[in-house]
Design a protein around this ligand. Structure first.
Ligand SMILES: Nc1ncnc2c1ncn2[C@@H]1O[C@H](COP(=O)(O)OP(=O)(O)OP(=O)(O)O)[C@@H](O)[C@H]1O
Length: 262
């Protein structure tokens, strides 16, 4: 297995509170890894550290580099101090719980904005242009991949919640990520939408080279999609393993029973 994302002794303090406490983790290429934990466990803070939204108090973050550059001799590049746009450019993308699409634009227009904006940034970094036709082909491919072709010309303000969340996924994929962080992909969805998004995640995992890291409260979904589950509790890793091992671990059950969430 190849490590695509790694943290070493990652820590974040808010005053006296340690929200993420010495978390060292290696994420393998191609897996779907779920990061779960009761309310306040530190999942969002951990995601915010990975994506450059927050700076760590201590520790480091490493990402496999697509261009062969390496800081550790093993193909990983340090992104600890990178800004969010630099993290995205390095190949780590995130779909947010809160939709950040342009409501007045159609689905295709939203995907086009995200794809062109990525292309512009990429040009700044690597000076290698992709032609308009190739970009349009990429956009159609993204719409197809995410099952949005039929509603591509629909204005986003008329979409259902589930459809908007799918558009979010398409926007996150527009930067051609190596690692895709999904933040609560089923939040606020009805059971039919949950089934659809789970199928989509499975299809994306099969069709793309990307590695998926998912935070999710719905345990059925977590069990269904995960190759590996990492449980955070009070900022630290409590358990790490296959769904069978982790969900039957008594310490995990206790951590959830001691909280008001599942
Ligand atoms: N900006 C902040 N300032 C101070 N404390 C914070 C801040 N952000 C998070 N915290 C605290 O850090 C701890 C971890 O919070 P975090 O939101 O990362 O947990 P979580 O696992 O994502 O929880 P949930 O499942 O409820 O979203 C909590 O005690 C929270 O109150």
């Amino acid at each position: 297995m190849t490590t695509v994302l790694k943290t070493e002794s990652l820590r974040k303090q808010f005053g006296e509170l340690t929200a993420v406490d010495d978390v060292s983790i290696e994420i393998d290429d191609g897996d779907i890894t779920s990061i779960i934990g009761p309310n306040g466990a530190g999942k969002t803070t951990f995601y915010n550290l990975l994506t450059g939204v927050l700076q760590p108090t201590a520790g480091s973050i490493w990402l496999r580099s697509g261009d062969g550059a390496t800081d550790d001799g093993g193909g990983l590049r340090e992104i600890t101090d990178a800004e969010p746009h630099e993290v995205a450019q390095a190949g780590l993308s995130r779909s947010y719980q809160i939709t950040n699409i342009f409501e007045g634009l159609t689905v295709r227009e939203n995907v086009r904005v995200a794809r062109i904006s990525h292309e512009r940034t990429r040009l700044d970094f690597r000076s290698r242009a992709t032609g308009d036709e190739a970009i349009e082909a990429d956009i159609e491919e993204l719409l197809e991949l995410t099952g949005l072709t039929d509603i591509a010309d629909t204005p986003c303000d008329t979409l259902s919640h589930g459809e908007k969340r799918t558009v979010e996924i398409a926007l996150a994929l527009a930067i051609e990520p190596d690692v895709f962080l999904m933040d609560e992909p089923t939040a606020g969805m009805n059971p039919t939408e949950v089934t659809e998004i789970v199928s989509l995640i499975r299809e994306l995992d099969a069709d793309l080279d990307a590695t998926f890291v998912v935070t999710e409260h719905n345990m059925d979904v977590v069990t269904d999609i995960s190759d590996r589950i990492v449980v955070l509790a009070e900022g630290s890793i409590l358990a790490d393993g296959t769904p069978d091992d982790v969900l039957t671990d008594e310490r995990v059950t206790e951590a959830y029973l001691g909280s008001d969430s599942v």
